[in-house]
Design a protein around this ligand. Structure first.
Ligand SMILES: [Zn+2]
Length: 379
């Protein structure tokens, strides 16, 4: 594919506003592009305008299955007037392609698709299968990877390359998990001049905050991952009460925990559940806990075969862990244990920011790097 066409394809895809929805448009565009180059693919539909895209490219002989994955959605652009270029215009200036999703991660996803096409057209030999797993809904809920994993699409993988933005200087083998939860406190209202007549839902919630913070601090003090550091927790949303002179009968909060494999999601969930049970024994009202997100930590060896293949291609780059979660959180729940690498174009510091961009040359060079990694891993 010509250089100008590779850039134009990325610009086309960036102009599609797949903000936590409408990923079918992107999936269909890439399906048509693959079809033009003789590669069959399948839309795996979820609901409404949301679909995954799955495609396979087979080598001349049987061999390993390398999954390659990127997501099709982007986060909201925020106040569009604050961008130096409109976030969905895909403007290029000084070698940088600006727009929401440039770095996170349409450059990576489109780069993988074009690498698949170019590898087919080059006729370079490889053994086994390259399996594209392009997902919807990664940013909120990792919905697409959850659906594909539950349908068995990751069960045959030997390796998985996710093209999230690591930039060209680091290889990523690990990322934290993410657990989100909500606590609803129910009490009883009364006039604030007679608090004893009511049950203060905010006070009950406060008991939870104090114990949860202390309990998660114990976890952070006791367990540490070499690549990922310590577990973190933050209560990020809170609301309660209706007016100044009433004892609040309802209050709620939400929190987010970033987990590591050394103290996994099941243990954290059990710990929070125990705190809730303990407080419910002591109070007259009630606390109800629900988990709204459960993304598992991923921590694969730095010398797994996919990383070794990448190092043959790009040299002895350092292997690190990152805090943000990825679709790897869901795919690694498949029956198979597989090699794992996150490596893709873009600045790791730019996702979800104003004036997000990807360097055009970096995007183009990753298309070549991806092909070399595919062929090296599937040699
Ligand atoms: Zn991403």
């Amino acid at each position: 594919m010509e250089r100008e066409e590779k850039i134009a394809v990325l610009q086309d895809v960036m102009r599609m506003k797949s903000v936590n929805d409408h990923e079918t448009e992107v999936a269909t565009y890439l399906k048509d592009l693959l079809a033009e180059h003789g590669i069959d693919s399948e839309l795996v539909h979820y609901e409404g305008d949301r679909s995954n895209l799955v495609a396979e490219l087979h080598g001349a002989e049987a061999g390993k299955v390398l999954g390659i994955s990127g997501h099709l959605d982007v986060v909201a652009a925020g106040d569009e007037s604050e961008w130096i270029h409109p976030p969905f215009d895909a403007v290029i200036e000084d070698g940088k392609l600006y727009g929401r999703g440039s770095t996170d991660m349409k450059a990576g996803t489109v780069g993988l698709v074009i690498a698949m096409i170019e590898l087919k057209e080059s006729g370079r030999p490889f053994k086994g299968t390259i399996k594209l797993l392009a997902t919807f809904g990664e940013e909120i809920g990792t919905l697409g990877s959850k659906q594909l994993t539950s349908l068995g699409y990751a069960d045959d993988l030997d390796g998985l390359l996710i093209a999230e933005p690591s930039g060209p200087n680091e290889l990523v083998s690990a990322h934290k998990g993410s657990i989100s939860y909500k606590v609803v406190s129910k009490g009883k209202s009364s006039h604030s001049s007679m608090p004893g007549e009511g049950i203060n839902a905010i006070n009950q919630l406060n008991a939870f905050i104090t114990r949860a913070n202390a309990s998660m601090q114990e976890v952070a003090d006791e367990y540490e991952s070499e690549k990922l550091g310590r577990t973190t927790q933050a209560i990020t949303l809170i609301s309660g009460g209706t007016q100044i002179n009433s004892i609040p009968e309802r209050a709620e909060l939400e929190g987010n925990i970033r987990s590591i494999a050394e103290y996994d999601n099941d243990k954290i969930q059990a710990r929070l559940t125990a705190i809730i049970d303990e407080i419910n024994q002591e109070i007259d009202g009630s606390l109800e806990l629900t988990f709204t997100q459960n993304n598992f930590p991923v921590d694969k060896p730095s010398d797994n075969d996919l990383i070794l293949a990448a190092q043959k291609v790009v040299g002895d780059l350092p292997v690190v862990g990152i805090s943000p979660t990825t679709d790897g959180a869901q795919f690694t729940q498949a029956d198979n244990h597989f090699d794992f690498l996150i490596f893709g174009p873009g600045e790791p510091s730019l996702p979800h920011q104003l004036n997000e961009f990807v360097k055009v040359e970096e995007y183009l060079s990753f298309i070549d790097i991806f092909q070399d990694i595919f062929v090296t891993y599937l040699a």
